[in-house]
Ligand binder design. Structure first.
Ligand code: NI
Length: 177
């Protein structure tokens, strides 16, 4: 069953989420939450989804780390529990959307690379080195665990636009445009 996604203004999006205890990761409750978050992400065709976005204040998110395949849209989506991020590399600006305010696109600068240490859905410790789009998605989702949203990270209020106007914005900002 797809879950209801908390929309901008819901206090849960501004709270700091609590870690999961390793012993509870295998519980039916947590496993069902993960399954329902995966279904929700697939239904929304999103790149990531954090537990606070489905009204659960725990340190858990999904992020796409590999491109989808037509026959399996959820392939390449990883489950991150109690993640610890180490970002590196030069800052890189990119437009981001968010399922909690899909009407907006926000230009956000983030380090180009990130190393993430986490527990997978079986409670096994894992580490991934990511760059570019997957590194951006993981940093965006990790921000949700700290109550931080893209709109907080915009360098200027002018970097917050209606998603429907993004093409217009890109044209108007293009060099020589
Ligand atoms: Ni988001």
């Amino acid at each position: 069953m797809a879950l209801v996604i908390a929309q901008l203004g819901q206090p849960v999006l501004r709270a700091v989420a609590a870690p999961l205890v390793p012993e509870e990761i295998g519980s039916a409750e947590v496993q069902q939450l993960i399954d329902e978050m995966l279904q929700t992400l697939g239904a929304e065709r999103g790149a990531g989804l954090a537990a606070p976005q489905v009204f659960v204040g725990r340190r858990l998110f999904l992020a796409r780390v590999e491109p989808p395949r037509e026959d399996d849209l959820l392939r390449g989506v990883e489950v991150f529990i109690n993640p610890r991020l180490t970002a590196s590399g030069e800052p890189n600006a990119g437009w981001e959307g968010c399922l909690s305010f899909p009407e907006l696109a926000v230009l956000v600068e983030r380090p180009r690379r990130v190393r993430v240490e986490y527990l997978d859905r079986h409670g096994e410790p894992r580490a991934l080195e990511l760059e570019d789009m997957p590194a951006r998605v993981v940093q965006h989702e990790n921000d949700h665990l700290d109550g931080v949203l893209t709109i907080d990270r915009a360098a200027s209020p002018r970097d917050i636009v209606k998603a429907s106007e993004l093409e217009t914005v890109l044209r108007s900002r293009a060099p020589g445009g």
